[in-house]
Design a binder for this molecule. Structure first.
Ligand SMILES: [Zn+2]
Length: 464
């Protein structure tokens, strides 16, 4: 008798959870099927990339992207779609940059460069000076003013190819791009050229943001990225002839801030409308390519998450909000503004997910959350296995959602395969044809599945 009731109890407990797992597996299958057969992400990306193009903050294209994505969200029958005003910086590249190095008068080799975002222009006729090659800011400090004054500093620390996460390799180098000019100016350098953040040797220079810190305007020196092929040529030449000079010309310019917008749409939660879950990417991009991977992909995937939940008949308990953030690349104004307004209105954000690592095959997610929350995610592992989604680890979520961080929220980032990302990132090579339709759709489906699970079961809150 006792034995029978124990069996019954076991059956009820595990039977129910098996049933719930089956239901979840069926819902997730529906999401993936829908994404792979009726997905909208690829069409939206096609328009953003090929009809609009690069969407640098403050540009006409950025405004067109705001209008286009709003109109598409309007067409999805969400409960609310709106624009959130935000002032953004406006930096303009101007005419294409030009550069060469010269081993003796009249004997020169052209190399591809691009101004770093936020850089000042060179003098009208360009800038020519001797070159000091360094591996990083520490070496610059060791050389000191005597060796640096009047020179162009050439930062040439490559991304570490032994790191499997190319984002880790990027993090190990990006200080020379961001702070190189500020640091070199302290020692009297007249300009800075930086090795492009790219693991491959090719002809594309890669831009990205840089800052001058407290450097007075009159002391700011121009900074450019040089293609990895140009870097290798220059570095070899300098070893043969240390008197080699470098010439570059750029006429970029910083204007006053202009008004732009975050684009937002939401499905109101049926049970807990005051609990908000955000899914997003950034709508602005650099200007050299069309910003397909960075971060058109993240935007269209996030838009499709809401559509996937709707078309598979799922009624969210919580409010699911898509946010297309403006100005991640050179200011993060959109992410900061969104968090500022959310906090001002006392909105309760329980979860945020960002896709800003390219539109490649998804591998999983990284989480900025408590151990309990990560355990909760691990309990869903088997549901993701059929889709080869296996990476669930602690780590960075996304730049735009990070300002929402507090004790209770779960922040997450989609983690696609990163091996090819830095061949495209911030360069002319970030274009639509490099995004694979199925890979993009698998990312959207993975995101929608995670959102579904967190909405259905809620975010576990730790007893404090
Ligand atoms: Zn990005």
């Amino acid at each position: 008798m006792k034995r029978i009731s124990l069996l019954l109890l076991l059956y009820i407990t595990f039977g129910n959870s098996v049933l719930a797992q089956d239901k979840d597996a069926a819902q997730i299958k529906k999401i993936y099927d829908q994404a792979l057969t009726q997905g909208k992400a690829y069409d939206w990306l096609n328009y953003l990339s090929n009809q609009i193009g690069g969407r640098l903050s403050g540009s006409v294209q950025a405004q067109q992207a705001v209008e286009y994505t709003k109109s598409q969200l309007d067409s999805l029958g969400l409960d609310r779609v709106w624009l959130q005003p935000v002032k953004v910086p406006k930096w303009v590249r101007g005419t294409p940059e030009f550069a060469y190095f010269e081993t003796s008068p009249g004997l020169s080799t052209n190399v591809n460069i691009c101004a770093l975002g936020g850089s000042v222009a060179t003098p009208l006729g360009g800038l020519k000076a001797g070159v000091v090659e360094v591996q990083g800011i520490e070496e610059l400090e060791a050389l000191g003013k005597e060796k640096i004054e009047g020179k162009i500093v050439f930062f040439n620390r490559p991304m570490d190819p032994t790191l499997i996460s190319t984002f880790a390799a990027y993090s190990g180098c990006v200080d020379q791009r961001y702070s190189g000019a500020e640091e070199a100016a302290k020692y009297g350098a007249v300009g800075v050229i930086v090795r492009s953040m790219n693991l491959r040797i090719d002809n594309f220079p890669h831009t990205g943001s840089m800052g001058y810190g407290d450097t007075p305007v009159s002391k700011r020196i121009p900074a450019a990225a040089i293609s990895t092929k140009g870097v290798e040529l220059l570095s070899t030449t300098l070893k043969l002839n240390s008197e080699t000079k470098f010439y570059f010309k750029q006429n970029c310019k910083q204007f006053n801030d202009v008004e732009s917008f975050n684009v937002i749409g939401e499905i109101r939660g049926a049970e807990f409308p005051n609990e908000i879950m955000v899914i997003g990417g950034h709508l602005d991009s650099w200007d050299l390519g069309d910003g397909s991977h960075d971060d058109g992909a993240g935007c269209v995937q996030s838009m499709d998450v809401l559509r996937l939940l709707k078309t598979t008949g799922y009624k969210p308990k919580r409010t699911i909000r898509v946010v297309l953030f403006m100005n991640e690349e050179n200011g993060l104004r959109g992410g900061n503004k969104y968090a500022e307004i959310a906090k001002g209105k006392n909105e309760k954000h329980v979860f945020a997910l960002e896709s800003d690592a390219g539109g490649f095959t998804p591998r999983g997610f990284s989480f900025d959350c408590s151990d309990e929350n990560l355990k909760q995610v691990h309990s869903w592992k088997s549901l993701f296995e059929p889709y080869y989604i296996h990476l669930f680890e602690k780590g960075f979520s996304g730049a735009d959602i990070r300002p929402l961080k507090d004790d209770g929220i779960v922040l997450a980032g989609l983690r696609p395969d990163s091996q090819r990302y830095f061949e495209h990132h911030h360069s002319e090579n970030d274009t639509f044809e490099h995004v694979n339709k199925r890979e993009l759709e698998l990312g959207a489906a993975s995101m929608a599945s995670l959102v579904y699970l967190f909405d259905k079961y809620g975010v576990v809150t730790s007893a404090k």
